[in-house]
Design a protein around this ligand. Structure first.
Ligand SMILES: NC(=O)c1ccc[n+]([C@@H]2O[C@H](COP(=O)([O-])OP(=O)(O)OC[C@H]3O[C@@H](n4cnc5c(N)ncnc54)[C@H](OP(=O)(O)O)[C@@H]3O)[C@@H](O)[C@H]2O)c1
Length: 250
C-alpha cells in the first residue's frame, strides 16, 4: 500500500498507536482525519501533527458512527482508507464477583461493534475509490487471552474472526482488508503506566507502517507475531505461562 496518496480515517487516532500511524501517513503525504471522544486530546494531536483533521465522536454510539461516516465522506470525498483503531481495555474484578455490566458492554461496543459497523457503513463508499482498504487493529491477546481481561480479549478474538470473514467476502472487490496485531506497546491503554513495559511506541509504529507499505495482510510484532503463527499446542503453553505471570503480578 502506498503511504503518500491516501485519505484516511483513523478512529482513536489522537493518541497512542493511532496517532503514531497518523503521523507517519501524514508525513508521507496522505490526508488523515482522526476521531475520539476527548476534544482536548484531539487538539493536542493536531498541535503535534500539522495538517491533521480531527472530529469529536464516540464510536460506541450508533448515531455518532452514522454521522461520522456521513461527515467524512462529504468533507473528504476521496476517503479511501478506514483504520479501525479505537479501543479501551478494562481490568474488571474477577468474574466470580458482581460485575458492572455497563463497563463490559461499552468495551464490546467500542472494540467490536464500532469496527464492524463502520466497515459496513463505509464499504459502498470505499468501493468507488482508488486503492481502498480497511485496517483493523486487533491484539496478540486475540490469540492468547489474559483471563483477567476476559471481555477485552474476547472482543479482539471476535474482531480477528470478523476480519477474516470480511476479507473473504471482499476478495473479489478492490478493498484490501488488513489486520494489525500489536503486542503490548507503551501507550496509555487502560490507564497511565499499565503498558510501560510494552514495546516502545515509535519502534512498533515504524514496524507496522513498513508492513502496511509492503502490503502484508496480517502482521504482528514480537509476542503477537509468535502468537498469531502458533499451533494450538503452543497457544495452550503460552496461555498457561502468560496467565501464571499475570496472576503472580496482581
Ligand atoms: N497498547 C497496547 O499494548 C495494545 C496492544 C494490542 C492492541 N492494542 C490496540 O491498539 C488500539 C489503540 O490503542 P493504544 O494502545 O494506542 O491506546 P490509546 O492511546 O488509549 O488509544 C486508544 C484511542 O481510542 C480512543 N477511543 C476510545 N474509546 C473511544 C470511543 N468510544 N470513541 C472514539 N474513540 C475512542 C481514545 O480516545 P478518547 O479516549 O479520547 O475517546 C484513544 O485515542 C486499541 O484498539 C488497542 O486495543 C493496543
Amino acid at each position: 500500500m502506498r503511504l503518500d496518496s491516501n485519505t484516511i480515517l483513523i478512529t482513536g487516532g489522537a493518541s497512542g498507536i493511532g496517532l503514531a500511524l497518523a503521523r507517519r501517513f501524514a508525513r508521507a503525504g496522505s490526508t488523515v482525519v482522526v476521531c475520539g471522544r476527548r476534544q482536548e486530546q484531539l487538539e493536542q494531536a493536531q498541535r503535534e501533527c500539522p495538517g491533521l483533521r480531527a472530529i469529536q465522536c464516540d464510536v460506541s454510539v450508533e448515531a455518532e458512527r452514522t454521522a461520522l461516516v456521513e461527515r467524512v465522506t462529504r468533507e473528504l470525498p476521496g476517503l479511501n482508507v478506514l483504520i479501525n483503531n479505537a479501543g479501551i481495555q478494562n481490568r474488571p474484578p474477577p468474574l466470580v464477583q458482581t460485575q458492572d455490566w455497563s463497563r463490559h458492554r461499552s468495551e464490546i461496543a467500542i472494540n467490536l461493534e464500532a469496527p464492524m459497523h463502520l466497515s459496513m457503513l463505509l464499504i459502498p463508499h470505499l468501493m468507488q475509490q482508488a486503492s481502498p482498504a480497511i485496517l483493523n487493529v486487533t491484539s496478540g491477546l486475540a490469540f492468547v487471552p489474559i483471563a483477567l481481561m476476559p471481555t477485552y480479549c474476547a472482543t479482539k478474538a471476535a474482531l480477528h474472526s470478523f476480519t477474516l470473514s470480511l476479507r473473504h467476502q471482499l476478495k473479489d472487490t478492490p478493498i484490501r482488508v488488513v489486520e494489525i496485531v500489536p503486542p503490548a506497546v507503551n501507550t496509555d491503554l487502560g490507564g497511565k503506566g499499565l503498558h510501560d513495559t510494552g514495546a516502545p511506541l515509535d519502534d512498533y509504529a515504524d514496524h507496522a507502517i513498513a508492513q502496511i507499505e509492503k502490503g502484508e495482510l496480517e502482521f504482528g510484532y514480537q509476542f503477537s507475531e509468535k502468537g498469531r503463527l502458533s499451533s494450538r499446542q503452543e497457544l495452550d503453553a503460552a496461555f498457561a505461562a502468560l496467565n501464571e505471570r499475570f496472576e503472580k503480578s496482581r
